[in-house]
Write a protein of this length. Sequence first.
Length: 430
Amino acid sequence: MAAEQVPTPLRRNPEYLRWLIGDLLLDIGTGIGAFAFPLVTFMVTEDLGITGLVALVQGLGALVGLIPGGLLADRAERRRLRLLAGVLGAAVQAVLVIVLLTGVAGAVVLAALAFADRFRETLLGSASNAMLKQLVPTTQLPRAVSVNQGRQAAVEMAAGPAGGALLGLSIVFPPLAQLLGNLGSVIATLSMRRRYHPRVAGTERTKVGEDLREALGWMISQPLRLQILAIASSVNLGANGLIFAVLLSLASDGVSATRIGLLNTVLAAAILLGAVLAPRLVDTVPTGMLAIAPVVLMALVGVFLAVDPGMIWIGVAYAVLGVGIPAINASSQGFFTHITPVAMQGRVSSLMRVVSSALMPLAPAVAGWGLDLLGVMPTMLVFASVLALGALVGMLGPDLRRIPTAPRWEVYARQEGLAVEEDEESSSER
């Protein structure tokens, strides 16, 4: 019997590394820009409520672009879409720099640019993650997801302090950094040698409506998939709401952007630690437990933040909040990607993000208005309750709890009717 072929390690996969470098450069710029943008908005408008409203509009831009972006990623060559995303991202940041320098940046202008940038990101950027299953073997997906989480965490460790420091020097430096990150992504993507068509050559083209119905039907056909979506929704709204509320509360108290950035560094360091641990945890701890337990911890963090602790204790809370995020993503997102066909990666990923992020734009608005009208404690408890509800959904339903460790995913998926037979060519270079 022939020996089983061992997949090439990720660090020796040149095409994957080109893809990773492009995403890394993009993340560096985007991380700096994303951290600084609410503070830029607050500096321009000097109003917490308006700052939250601009962030709400920004989130709506992402939401509107998700479904069209998923359809595009499953109908057009994905490398080309990634290139276009980088070029247009650089253009939007160039416009932001100009309006800030000329003094015409107001709430409406900032909201419009924020909406346009996030719409562009989800409309075209969805193709990048949809490429992952074509870049690495299925058995390496949990590790690849963990690497992505670790990469993002490492970037966040530097992005917060860097964003705060750059903002302290000039209001235009953070968007300039984001512009350069987009250009770096373009250069790295141009170096990729393969083409990433979502479908096997010769496959009959389908209508957009049929594609959307197919992906939606696939998602709702199993209670397990709905459970994963419910937990993801609670984490997106609850955790992001807590972080945004802390940011606005500290900013309104006069805490410097640099010190706030240090809290983001703590959060990112915790996420990085979690990303280092996640591959081993996914291989040794049942996926169901990894998807639920960290959400319980996040809810407890929300209750703790409600007592309005000092900066050091907020840092401790951020560490607890961040260390469990990679385990959730590597387990639930890794398993979800594992059972999703290559030809549906874009649509399913976008639909999942639409459902899980549908309430997320409310996070900054609720945080801003909640702090203005109610204060710190009620606002934090609202977000803690959202997280507790997500954990409850995971614990009450048996489907998620039964998912085993990553090495047994393939067998389990086949036993439960979750696996999809795919043409070998659908995962290969075209």
